[in-house]
Design a protein around this ligand. Structure first.
Ligand SMILES: NC(=O)c1ccc[n+]([C@@H]2O[C@H](COP(=O)([O-])OP(=O)(O)OC[C@H]3O[C@@H](n4cnc5c(N)ncnc54)[C@H](O)[C@@H]3O)[C@@H](O)[C@H]2O)c1
Length: 426
């Protein structure tokens, strides 16, 4: 394929050189002419292991070159990859998308005169809505027909320092596009990655890129906070983390990695508080860990607001204990949710397969007694609860409720706080 890569930075230099290596013909478009000159002299504009060799090989083959102005190149290219910078404001976090706007304008000029379909892949990291809301919107405003181009967001996951290997051997190849037909246009860019190619919505792929980097940042910060607390109490921080990551079932795994309702129970809230207290009582600042309890409380508040906004009076809650197959009520988010709704004057009924006030003991019984409304509002038959509710709230990740919800009458509004019904549709 004849490919034009816009932006000769860390991503552009690696992308262009690697694509030549796997058989494509690439022209890099870079407005900084000093970079262009250096590149064409066989000198890498960035320090990246193995890159100079790839550049020299590409230049020698005649299939790789850099130029300052893409106008003529855009007329002949099959595919354009956009890898211009999108820096964010350090104070506000607002991304500067002016380079994307400029590129849309440059490509718009070419699209008006060229023949055939130009494939345009945005690889710069951008917030959701940018590819459609800036690039396609600009083309639409300019009256460029949709059949003149195919547009997609293809996130780039390479890491500096191992960029060539990351580019050539990614874990996934993701094509985000408005339609499958448009996405298919990009399948032949990396046919060798067919088995790990995922097609998704443009906004999902745009979001994913910043989510991934934020996840990496969270992991590093979590490990560092654990390190600081461990050191402050004389525990070997590396050993703690080694043992933590040795568990691939619950610790380093997909477990607990789906958005749902707030956490609760007898262990997570208590032990998190204990760890935060330990750190803070040794003068260690741990804002990530210390912020978790508040974020969890916010999750309950979001649920309250969602239910209130429906403006229906009769609320049926499915699930009282903090998770399925237990009657443990300690710090269950459902209990808080119910109290908040009762406090606002809603008529609330609750069902739980395991909780029976008459059978509770000890701390569970205390929780039950502290929340005297619970007993008055419990209902033993989930179908009856649905019948007598306007809004049915799935508050417990419990597969048994899926069966019951299969036959939810059309006049009932379902609020699934767990994400379970969405997952089951897939
Ligand atoms: N650096 C990484 O490891 C990495 C990894 C994945 C994704 N990304 C994302 O990829 C994008 C590029 O990152 P980078 O680190 O390569 O940026 P960079 O700043 O190193 O390079 C961008 C280049 O684009 C050029 N440019 C800007 N507008 C242009 C235009 N209209 N025409 C021609 N050239 C133009 C700039 O002069 C610059 O040389 C960013 O959105 C970044 O977030 C970066």
């Amino acid at each position: 394929m004849k490919i034009a890569v816009i932006g000769l930075g860390y991503v552009g230099a690696v992308t262009g050189s690697c694509l030549v290596d796997i058989g494509h013909q690439v022209t890099l478009i870079e407005k900084n002419l000093e970079k262009v000159e250096t590149f064409n002299a066989g000198i890498s504009p960035i320090s990246e292991p193995g890159l100079t060799d790839l550049i020299v090989r590409g230049l020698t083959s005649g299939n790789l070159k850099a130029i300052g102005d893409g106008a003529t190149e855009f007329l002949a290219a099959d595919l354009v990859i956009v890898s211009v910078g999108t820096p964010t404001d350090p104070a506000t976090g607002k991304p500067d998308l002016s380079s994307i706007v400029n590129v849309a304008q440059e490509l718009g000029i070419a699209l008006k005169t060229r023949t055939g379909t130009l494939k345009i892949a945005i690889a710069s990291t951008v917030p959701p809505g940018t590819t459609e809301g800036i690039v396609r919107k600009y083309f639409d405003q300019e009256g460029i027909p949709q059949d003149k181009y195919a547009l997609a967001f293809i996130p780039e996951f390479l890491r500096e320092g191992s960029a060539i290997s990351d580019f050539l051997h990614p874990t996934r190849f993701i094509i985000g596009s408005r339609s499958e037909v448009e996405a298919q246009e990009f399948m032949n860019l990396r046919p060798e990655l067919a088995d790990i190619t995922f097609l998704t919505k443009t906004e999902t792929s745009e979001m994913l890129k910043t989510v991934e980097n934020s996840w990496h940042a969270t992991k590093i910060t979590f490990a560092n906070e654990i390190g600081r607390i461990s050191k402050s109490v004389g525990v070997d921080e590396n050993e703690v983390m080694e043992l933590l990551i040795a568990d691939n079932k619950q610790n380093v795994s997909p477990t607990y990695m789906r958005p749902g309702f707030a956490f609760g129970g007898s262990c997570l809230p208590k032990d998190l508080r204990s760890l935060v207290f330990l750190g803070q009582s040794h003068g260690v600042e741990i804002p990530l860990l210390a912020g978790i309890t508040q974020s969890n409380a916010n999750q309950i508040e979001v649920a309250v607001n969602q239910i209130v906004s429906i403006k229906k009076q009769r609320i049926g809650i499915l699930g009282l204990a903090f998770k399925a197959n237990t009657d443990d009520l300690r710090e269950s988010p459902s209990v808080t949710l119910i109290e908040r709704l009762l406090g606002k004057g809603f008529k609330v009924q609750v069902h739980d397969f395991e909780v029976d006030g008459a059978k509770l003991f000890g701390v569970n019984l205390n929780t039950w007694n502290q929340h005297s409304h619970l007993a008055e509002n419990m209902i033993a038959d989930a179908s009856k609860l649905i019948q007598e509710s306007d809004v049915v709230v799935l508050a417990q990740h419990n597969l048994r409720y899926l069966e019951i919800l299969k036959n939810l009458p059309d006049d009932k509004i379902l609020v699934d706080l767990t994400g379970l019904t969405k997952k089951s549709k897939k």
